[in-house]
Write a protein that binds this ligand. Structure first.
Ligand code: SF4
Length: 322
């Protein structure tokens, strides 16, 4: 991304009153170098209502990056799938594991006193090692852990884990391990327990009942909505999913028009069917457009492997193991 593109994004956020979160994510955001990243960030510096997060593989983090994150109060998320071989899908250009570089980056964050959270992708191997995974992350010094069971999305065309016993067993074992030593937050358990608490108090579920259109701005200013993973997708039904370009139109105008995009309308009608048909709706809120598109070929579907793995089996396992 070139600085004028970022400047257009910042311009589009100026008029918004409420808090806005900008997430620098996709590819490896730090690979453009600190100098260039600073030039992308600088148009936002005067916007007091905008906070920043970055999702990184940590391999490039050094003292200068730590200083930058601290100065601008970045929330730092690390992509790390577990110890040793469980992180085997994360390799450098030459195919070598990045594990040791990731751990060095994490050590630098800790030295600088920067809190971080971790997002871990769990594939079939990790599903059998929930306790080991939890023990590793509990000892890592992260503030919280988010678990993404491997999904079929974008360039990842691998079939996601489908063995219901294995996935349920994973969530149950991870929950037990967390209960025995709750030194970090686990995103999925926090959501599940908050939802259960709301249900017990006869409130509406906490999540999903309002839908954020969630714009993603690509390197060249193209905008897609609902799911970042739709950036770069192609479909005979939906074309390229792009609803406008930030360099030629204000963000608000793009988002207004996006409501009428076919993939958005399809998605909302699928969410309505989810609400009518699914017992898990008040927890789930109707799933993600990207999972529906990549698994079902359209955004208007209902159940996916993703929602079975990360919503239904999660809730059932937590309830069984409370
Ligand atoms: S769990 Fe699946 S079927 Fe149920 S509301 Fe969510 S996406 Fe829809």
């Amino acid at each position: 991304m070139e600085p004028p593109v970022a400047a257009h994004v910042a311009e589009g956020l100026k008029a918004h009153e409420g808090p806005v979160s900008v997430i620098w994510h996709g590819g490896e955001p730090l690979s453009c170098g600190l100098k260039h990243f600073s030039s992308l960030h600088s148009p936002f510096a005067a916007l007091g209502h905008v906070t920043h997060s970055v999702q990184t593989n940590a391999t490039l983090i050094n003292e200068a990056w730590c200083e930058f994150f601290k100065r601008h109060a970045f929330r730092v998320g690390i992509s790390l799938d577990g110890p040793g071989d469980l992180n085997g899908n994360r390799v450098d250009k030459g195919g070598a594991t990045t594990y040791h570089k990731v751990m060095e980056g994490i050590a630098r964050l800790k030295q600088a006193g920067i809190e971080f959270h971790v997002i871990a992708v769990v594939d079939d191997r990790g599903l059998e090692r929930a306790r080991e995974l939890y023990g590793f992350f509990a000892g890592l010094g992260c503030r919280s852990l988010g678990i993404n069971i491997e999904e079929r999305e974008g360039v990842n065309t691998a079939r996601p884990p489908c063995d219901s016993h294995k996935v349920s067993g994973f969530w149950g074992e991870l929950f037990d391990a967390w209960k025995a030593n709750p030194v970090i937050k686990v995103r999925e358990f926090r959501y599940a327990l908050q939802w259960m608490s709301a249900v017990c108090r006869e409130q509406e579920g906490l999540r999903g009942l309002t839908r954020d259109i969630f714009p993603t701005v690509a390197w060249n200013g193209d905008v897609v909505v609902l799911s970042p993973e739709l950036n770069g997708a192609k479909s005979t039904r939906y074309g390229d999913f792009i609803v406008g370009n930030i360099c030629s139109e204000p963000l608000d105008d793009i988002l207004e028009r996006a409501q009428a995009a076919r993939y958005v309308r399809d998605f909302l009608s699928g969410v309505s069917r989810c609400e009518a048909e699914c017992d898990y709706f008040s927890f789930c809120g109707g799933g993600q457009a990207s999972n529906k598109f990549y698994e079902l070929g359209e955004t208007g579907g209902t159940e996916t492997i993703f929602c079975r793995n990360t919503k239904k089996r999660l809730i059932d396992s937590v309830l069984r193991n409370l």
